[in-house]
Design a protein around this ligand. Structure first.
Ligand code: IPE
Ligand code: IPE
Ligand code: MG
Length: 249
């Protein structure tokens, strides 16, 4: 029986973030080069997006390229950038038809022009849609993001536009690249690695973490449903005690 039938559709997370990891190992296990795995990873993106749409998830953030990933061999970096451009360009019609809003977070100015242009065009085309937000984290890292926020806030204080007493949790959230996007309730990482790798450090303060050994190209709809079901079995206490949570149900 599918995990889908056990999911309470009224209690699905609004925002799911995913560290899509394991493409390289998946390819190498089959005797191919790493780019082969990245190519197959695109099919998992399609499946997971569809599953998220079925479950009324409003935001799906995918970690596609970190600021540290520039340190990979040039051939892999070039291949990934090329794949990104091709994938957005191939998928944008269908995504638009299914009401998806495509956007990016990260140091997008640092991407090659072809990527920036494709991403901007996809955003312009889909920005008035009303369905799921597909957010691609590209040239993203949480430390980069938090450093930028610190600089912006410091500059405002220095110029007298902002008082120290006005710096709040909310003000900081509104300076992040995820401004206006609710924090993810669920963070999934594939490939068996038990780390965050510089992803959304501020935003995942209270996210439920879900790790699976599946490599990203093997992660399909059913795996996504399983993660959602696991999420629904958790008690999110936010520092309180169980009895208080039960009362609020
Ligand atoms: C994730 O898969 C994709 C990116 C980081 C771009 P990897 O390429 O990290 O695959 P592994 O972890 O080496 O298997
Ligand atoms: C994290 O995966 C980044 C993305 C999925 C884009 P990595 O494979 O780069 O992370 P590490 O090196 O294992 O921490
Ligand atoms: Mg990896």
């Amino acid at each position: 029986m599918s995990f889908l039938s056990k999911i309470n559709k009224d209690k699905t997370p609004k925002h799911v973030a995913i560290i899509m990891d394991g493409n390289g190992r998946w390819a190498q296990q089959q005797g191919h080069d790493r780019l082969f795995g990245h190519n197959f990873g695109v099919e998992s993106v399609r499946e997971v997006l569809k599953a998220a749409q079925e479950l009324n998830v409003k935001y799906l953030t995918l970690y596609a390229f970190s600021t540290e990933n520039w340190n990979r061999p040039k051939m892999e970096v070039d291949g990934l950038m090329d794949l990104l451009v091709r994938s957005i360009s191939n998928e944008v019609d269908e995504l638009h038809e299914s009401d998806v809003i495509i956007s990016g977070i990260g140091d997008l100015d640092g991407l090659p022009n072809s990527c920036k242009d494709e991403l901007n065009a996809a955003y312009e085309r889909t920005k008035n849609n009303k369905g799921i937000n597909l957010i691609l984290a590209l040239n993203y890292s949480a430390r980069w993001e938090l450093t930028e926020v610190n600089k912006k806030i410091a500059a405002k204080v220095q110029s007298g536009k902002l008082q120290l007493s006005e710096i709040t949790d909310e003000l900081i959230s509104n300076e992040l690249t995820t401004k206006g996007i609710p924090d993810p309730e669920l963070l999934i990482r594939t490939s068996g690695e038990l780390r965050i790798s510089n992803f959304l450090l501020w935003q995942i303060a209270y996210a439920e973490l879900y790790f699976t050994d599946k490599l990203w190209p093997d992660f399909k709809k059913e795996d996504f449903y399983e993660a959602i079901l696991d999420y629904q079995s958790r008690e999110r206490r936010f520092g309180m005690v169980s009895a208080q949570i039960e009362k609020n149900l």
